[in-house]
Each structure stands twice: as C-alpha cells, then as structure tokens.
Design a protein around this ligand. Structure first.
Ligand code: NAI
Length: 332
C-alpha cells in the first residue's frame, strides 16, 4: 500500500460533508487502495456534532482510513495536506440571494487562503464548494500566493451532472451515454449549460446531443432554466440545499483531477481565467477541461455561436461584479 494522502474537509459537521466523508474514506476519490488521513475542520460551536461524525467514521471501520483529526483550527486542518475540500460556509436558505452570501463568506476564504499558504503542501489541490464558490475560490487563491493558481478550483460539476441527467432523461438513455456537457461561468443562475458540443449514444450510435434531442427551442429555454434553477428547486422541496448530489459531484471533481479525464472526454470545473474564449482574465470561470498528470487544460477551439457568446459574457460579467465586491470586502 502507498503512503497515506492527507485530505482536509471543511464544514465537516455539515450536510454535504456527511455524504462526502463517507465517499472519500471508502476510496471513491483517491482510489480503492489509497490510505487516507482525514482532517475535519468546522467552527467551535459545531465541535460536539463534529465529534459525532468522527465516531461514525470510526464505526464504519473503513480499511483505508488511517487517522481522523477533528479541529477548529485552520492551521491544524491544513497542515501538510495534499487535497482540500472547502465545503464549510453559510449555506443559502430559501429566498436568500447568492449576493447576500458573498459578504458573509468572503472573510472565511481569505482566512483559509492565508492558512493554506502557510501550512499546506505547495502541491495541494483545492476545490471550493461553499458558495459563492467561484469567487470564494478566487479569494482563497489570492491569499495563498505561494501555491500555484492552477491548484485552486471551484465546483460546477453538480451543474454538469444535472445537465447530463436532464439530457439522458429526455432521450431515455443512461446517464453514462451522455458526455461532454459544458458548464460555462458562474455556479449561479447565470451559468450557461451548453450541450452543443455534447455527445449522446443513441441506439448504439454516437451523435451530437442537439441532433439527438431535435428540439432547439427546448435546449435554449426549458433545459437551460431547469439546470440553472435546479439548486433553488431542491431547496424549495427539501428546505435544505442539495447535499447528496453535491457530495457526489465534489467527489467526481476531485477524482477526475487526481486520475485524469478519459480519452477525448472533458469535464467542467471553475478555474482561474487567463482569457480563454475571450473571458476576462483573473476570475474563476467554469470551463471544459481535460486533465492529465493532475494538471487541467482548457479545451480550446470549440466553436462559439452568438447565442453562446451572449450567455458566456453574461455570466462572466456577474463574476467580475462579484470579484469587485469581494475585493472591496477584503480591503475593509
Ligand atoms: P451546512 O450548513 O450543512 O454545513 C456547513 C458547515 O460549514 C457547517 O457545519 C458550518 O458550521 C461550517 N462552517 C461555517 N463556517 C466555517 C468555517 N469558517 N470553517 C469551517 N467550517 C465552517 O451546509 P451544506 O449544505 O453542507 O453546504 C455547504 C456549502 O456548499 C454552502 O455554502 C452551500 O451553498 C454550498 N453548495 C455548493 C454547491 C456547488 O455546487 N458549488 C452545491 C450545494 C451546496
């Protein structure tokens, strides 16, 4: 067996972590023969709950789980870690706008960025889940200047999975028969779920999704809004934000980062923009990426039509506004 990887999950007493920790500890993310040391970060008032989670992890008797370190201290949580799942934040409640969340959460990610900078491995891979995920990831990276910007990302995989599942249901085919769905931009209602370059296997034949769906109006309207508003719909129904599906998507995101994407396939993740596809530099923008050797690379050269251009710019604009607000909060 190889040496243990040290992995931190923040918000470890919360609902996403409750599913995510099990998934990580049983080998879904880093491999079924990879020993794991878990550090669990939450805030002091949650210490009791966190201890309950530690008890349950112990009671799972997982072969791969070597050690569990619960803490309320960022520097203990991030010490020498190889991977960070930054889930902890104030979740969106029914009727709450994402922008209201920004002020409450930016400070957390500024502080965690600084702590990562001081004590984490420089190779650490960071996925930010806590909302507003893109801008939180940006701020976290900004305050961790000794760690490469490419090591920071945010979760849009849940949106990708939602989009993939909608198309699969529409076509009556398995989820695994749909690939290369793209989420552009922000993990918010301005995101652009794009299936123009996606593929579906229908009756044993691989075809472009628009050709399989044969309904441009659906793809430009109902499909878009269903994916964009799915998070809100889950909150309305559950009175809590998506947790099981968010944990699954977070595990998918890190697993693909760790092991790479398959063949020609790509996945979507929020990464630091250096201007690809005419998107402003220096925001965390969700792009299609291929991954090899733990390095992501934006898929270049996809044709962007006028409809897509407009949607991609709209979500970029929102991210620029979020960045401006976040920087203002950080400078206060
Ligand atoms: P939750 O409220 O159940 O858990 C959040 C946990 O974070 C709580 O235990 C809380 O005490 C902890 N926390 C708060 N401040 C912290 C800090 N400074 N350090 C460490 N822990 C801290 O929330 P849930 O449902 O687990 O969601 C977590 C976040 O993920 C929310 O921001 C939610 O909006 C976001 N989310 C993002 C998705 C995405 O696709 N990017 C999808 C679903 C949720």
């Amino acid at each position: 067996m190889s040496e243990a990887v040290k992995v931190c999950v923040t918000g470890a007493a919360g609902q996403i972590a409750y599913s995510l920790l099990y998934s990580i500890a049983k080998g879904d993310v880093f491999g079924s023969d990879q020993p794991i040391i878990l550090t669990l970060l939450d805030i002091a008032p949650m210490e009791g709950v966190l201890n309950g989670v530690v008890m349950e992890l112990m009671d799972c008797a997982m072969p791969l789980l070597k050690e569990v370190i619960p803490t309320c201290d960022e520097k203990v949580a991030f010490k020498d870690i190889d991977a960070a799942f930054l889930v902890g934040a104030m979740p969106r409640r029914e009727g709450m706008e994402r922008k209201d969340l920004l002020a409450a959460n930016i400070k957390i990610f500024k502080s965690q960025g600084a702590a990562l900078d001081t004590v984490a491995k420089k190779t650490v891979k960071v996925v930010v889940v806590g909302n507003p995920a893109n801008t939180n990831a940006l701020i976290c990276s900004k305050y961790a200047p000794s760690i490469p910007k490419e090591n920071f990302s945010c979760l849009t995989r849940l949106d990708q999975n939602r989009a993939q599942a909608q198309i699969a249901a529409r076509l009556g085919i398995p989820n695994s028969a749909v690939s290369n769905v793209i989420i552009w931009g922000n993990h918010s209602s301005t995101q652009f779920p794009d299936v123009r370059h996606a593929k579906a296997i229908v009756n044993g034949k691989t075809v472009p999704v628009p050709e399989a769906v044969k309904d441009d109006n659906y793809l430009k309207n109902e499909f878009l809004t269903t994916v964009q508003k799915r998070g809100g719909e889950v909150i309305k129904a559950r009175k809590l934000s998506s947790a099981m599906s968010a944990a699954k998507a977070t595990a998918d995101h890190m697993r693909d980062w760790w092991f790479g994407t398959q063949g020609d396939n790509w996945v979507s993740m929020g990464v630091f923009s250096t201007g690809a596809y005419g998107i402003p530099e220096g925001i965390m923008y969700s792009y299609p990426v291929r991954i090899a050797n733990k390095q992501w690379k934006i898929v270049e050269g996809l044709e962007i039509n006028d409809f897509a251009r407009e949607k991609m710019d709209l979500t970029a604009k929102e991210l620029c506004e979020e960045r401006a607000m976040a920087e203002e909060i950080c400078n206060q």
